[in-house]
Design a protein around this ligand. Structure first.
Ligand code: AMP
Length: 191
């Protein structure tokens, strides 16, 4: 199964993606995690991406495509995968569609976690205290939410037009949200 997970930063995509990929037995491809790993390893790509990430800006497409494209090519992605944090712009979504077409893959479903902006800010500031992510500062959070509204939110309509989008209420306890995620996937299977 090929799944894309959408939602603002702090919506719980990471948590829900990990649980879902564990259950489905498919790899979880988080571009944010891959980029943070490259930064930690001090690779060329990591060094180039770091400044953008710290400010809460998008990392330029060529760097992101490089890291995602190579990962999708690996053998464990043959029977499905979940993309978390990619695509984030319409141009990334179009490139992904082209890549899938070239490799005869078909996107099955796009899950979008809906969480109010005030709640997302509260969660991100809470996470800043526990996880020490350099992009969980107030300034970077403001940038990330602005970019989300302007660049990523339009993907919701793009995928809705393709009849791929499932909107899920992301408020509340992670167990309750996960039950909604599973119910949404079930409704897709039986539709
Ligand atoms: P995330 O963990 O998904 O919130 O991503 C953390 C940061 O990594 C983002 O704020 C961006 O700087 C960068 N990033 C992750 N995914 C992408 C992407 N698809 N395109 C551009 N930048 C990205």
């Amino acid at each position: 199964m090929l799944i894309v997970f959408l939602g603002p930063p702090g919506a719980g995509k990471g948590t829900q993606s990990k649980r879902l990929t564990g259950q489905l037995g498919i790899p979880h491809l988080s571009t944010g995690e891959m980029l943070r790993h490259a930064v930690e390893q001090g690779t060329d790509l990591g060094r180039q991406a770091m400044a953008f990430m710290e400010q809460g800006h998008l990392v330029p497409d060529p760097l992101v495509f490089d890291i995602v494209g190579r990962r999708i090519d690996e053998s464990d992605c043959k029977n499905g995968l979940l993309l978390d944090g990619f695509p984030r712009t319409l141009s990334q979504a179009i490139s992904l569609a082209e890549l899938f077409q070239k490799t005869s893959k078909q996107l099955d479903v796009v899950l979008e976690l809906i969480v109010q902006e005030q709640e997302v800010i509260r969660r991100l500031l809470g996470r800043a205290e526990t996880e020490n992510r350099p992009d969980d500062t107030r300034e970077a959070i403001t940038n990330r939410l602005k970019i989300y509204r302007e660049e990523t939110e339009p993907l919701s309509d793009y995928y809705a037009e393709q009849k791929l989008l499932h909107r899920i209420d992301g408020a509340g306890d992670p167990d309750v949200v996960f039950a909604r995620v599973l119910a949404s996937l079930d409704s897709k299977r039986t539709s």
